[in-house]
Design a protein around this ligand. Sequence first.
Ligand code: HEC
Length: 166
Amino acid sequence: MAKIFRWSFVGVLILIVILQVVSLPVLNQQMNPPVVQEPVWVDLQTRDIAQRACFDCHSNETHWPLYSKIAPVSWLITKDVVEGRETLNFSEWNKVYEEADEVGEVIQEDEMPLWFYLPLHPEAQLSETEKQQLIDGMNATLGLSSQQESTEHEADHDESDEEDHD
Ligand code: HEC
């Protein structure tokens, strides 16, 4: 009996190692491309809350913790970041995102941040006040950036000399 246990233990270990090796290509996708352009944030508080709750999946400033490197967790996390960035990327605001106007709705209805993200990221757990601040701030920010519109109105922003801060 003990022998069977020992061999099945070794078998499982070998499978885990094989899984890590065949999953190596996934790690290549876990990169942070340069920040191209952020929205014109209405205020720093909005950016701050968005950074806490949304940036890991919706920006190029993703934190990749150690557990994100271990298969099969690595597949799931990488998939979320790749799909999250495709849907809405606060670091590539030069692109148009069809679902950008749903931001308020998904926060209101607790659809975002994705529920399974929260237990390991308490900083992304927003109070009702913070949620409302983020919704209002995001709506104002989307209005300011009005990425769907043409760029004709750019001259209207007299604060655009702030672009190079960081
Ligand atoms: C753990 C990763 C993750 C976090 C954190 C996250 N999102 Fe998402 N988000 C996704 C993924 C993946 C999609 C696309 C697939 C889907 O809809 O589930 C998405 C889709 C969206 C969409 C498109 C509408 C929709 O439901 O598909 C909006 C808007 C959005 N997210 C806003 C936010 C906002 C705002 C935050 C922060 C409060 C946030 N997300 C946090 C992963 C994330």
